[in-house]
Write a new protein. Sequence first.
Lengths: 86, 207
Amino acid sequence: MRIDCKHVWEHISAYIDNDVDPVLRAEIDRHLETCEICSAVLDSTRNVVILIADDRVFELPAGFSERLHERIERELEESGESDPQI
Amino acid sequence: MPNPEFEFDCIRRVLAGDKRLFHDLIRPCERSIYFLLYSLLKNETEAEDVAQETVIKVYQNLDKFRGESQFRTWVLSIARNEGLARLRKIGNRREDSLEAESDEQTGDYTPAILTNWREIPAEALEQKELGAILRRAIEGLPEIYRNVVLLRDIEEMDIRETGAALGISEASVKVRLHRARAMLQRVLAPQLKGFAPAKRRWLGGRA
């Protein structure tokens, strides 16, 4: 069975996550060897996935963690000596 | 990264009275809580406020954690409920449309067609403009796709944990992730080309 470009695009995300069965994977690999467009689509999608995972893209607001832990500390103090969970 | 053994030990000790350990327990979940809420509320101040309410709720309900899911998954489902409650409170009707688009709906997920893609190295992120382009593209995704991308690709949770945190099936996570990545590729590929390292001139690259 020869698969076409559209078929490859449907599986790009699963292919990147290594979540396609071996037979289909082999078909896709064979297609990619000769299809410059699908290779570029795969490479660019993978590149986008890698870039957005970088911690520099989404950063917590400055001081977020400090404020969160101050709030927790207040709650711990207010919950007093007797532990409400017990 | 979550560490179940550490978490169970921590929870046991916090419940036994060693309360300050709660700080260490929640720390690995902070980023995920914030970005899930940011995805939902699209507002930094609201997201931070609800993140604080979420951790307090987690503390107050710690004895109810049964260990049937990962601790972070449980925390994120509390965050999501708190976020949805906030949306209702501020009278934002956007919540109603969250699930409006079904996973069966077919759309045009044709990628940006290009050839000769040249990899953009992570070092390019030193340029602030690149980060801004990536953030804009993600923020522009419909909510049901944005939160899947945030948990799966940005917080690097697995498919199962992502589905559990969002209350959707693993199959839905995969479908939404696929569509989200396709949308991002279509929007971003043409914009990102300029960030590729310049070709060496003697190979006929751009001047």
